[in-house]
Write a protein that binds this ligand. Sequence first.
Ligand SMILES: [Zn+2]
Ligand SMILES: [Zn+2]
Length: 331
Amino acid sequence: MDLFKRTSALQPIFANSHLASNISTESYIDVFHSLQMLSNGDTLVSELSLLEKLWASWYIYMNNDILATGILFFATHELMYFGRCLPWLIIDRISFFNKWKIQDEKIPSDKEQWECFKSVLKLHLFVEALPIWLFHPLCATLNISVDVPFPSYLVMFLQICLFFVCEDFWHYWAHRLFHYGWLYKYIHKQHHRYAAPFGLTAEYAHPVEVMSLGFGTVGFPIIYAYIAKYQPSLDLPSLHLFTLSFWITLRLFQAVDSHSGYDFPWSLHNILPFWAGADHHDDHHHYFIGNYASSFRWIDYFMGTESGEIAKANREKRMKRRAEIQSKKTQ
Ligand SMILES: [Zn+2]
Ligand SMILES: [Zn+2]
């Protein structure tokens, strides 16, 4: 698909002059329509999926990659975060769902939801917006592609799995650190204002916490792209901006869902026992201690930092069993 490769990171996505001259740039719909027309006569374009055509049309229409990536990232973040919070906001108002509420007596009030919404929006506008706008130049430096076609599903899946594991590891240790002394008092305490969390509280936090825990989400893909570029002997598949956007969306969903306060029989952790979910993080807010990881349960399990009475009893049982085995060995 050399046809779509750009010679310079800041050139429009379709550097090919033949294609560029065939595409109208009057409106986004026109660009997309032109691309659809090209599908009929051009085998390379016809192989693109609908999503790839929508993506390519956006970059052609904008004709400015920095702006295109900035708007795309900011809009995706707002839409996915608040969009994912909306069902939880509705569910909180329907008493039928109360039976699945983990801390069933603590339904957030309208005032709490509104205060939280304003605070998170402020954070998005004044703290997260700047790094989002500066992201494209970094992508260009690290060969994070915006070209079409996208990488294969397998490559995207494996890269996203890797990011989930790395983020979880980072989150565990950074979060655990935030529970010490003045770090808790001056930074992390804000996130613990709500002992019974609800969807919107996922990003209700001090800016320092948002930036440091956010490193787990954005930092590892950057490190991955850096290694892929500067260690060619490893033959790592390069990172695509679509993969990155998809990963950030999944991570946002994970964060909002884990703060939802609901545990349904069909919740993911009831299907994948190692998945953390709301059940895991709700206990962290309830007990103020333990369950520091974000996506998975394994680090808290192996580090002996699971929250709650049941986890404590199981931990003690395990320790007792280990001590018994040890004493038998020494006899
Ligand atoms: Zn905490
Ligand atoms: Zn939380």
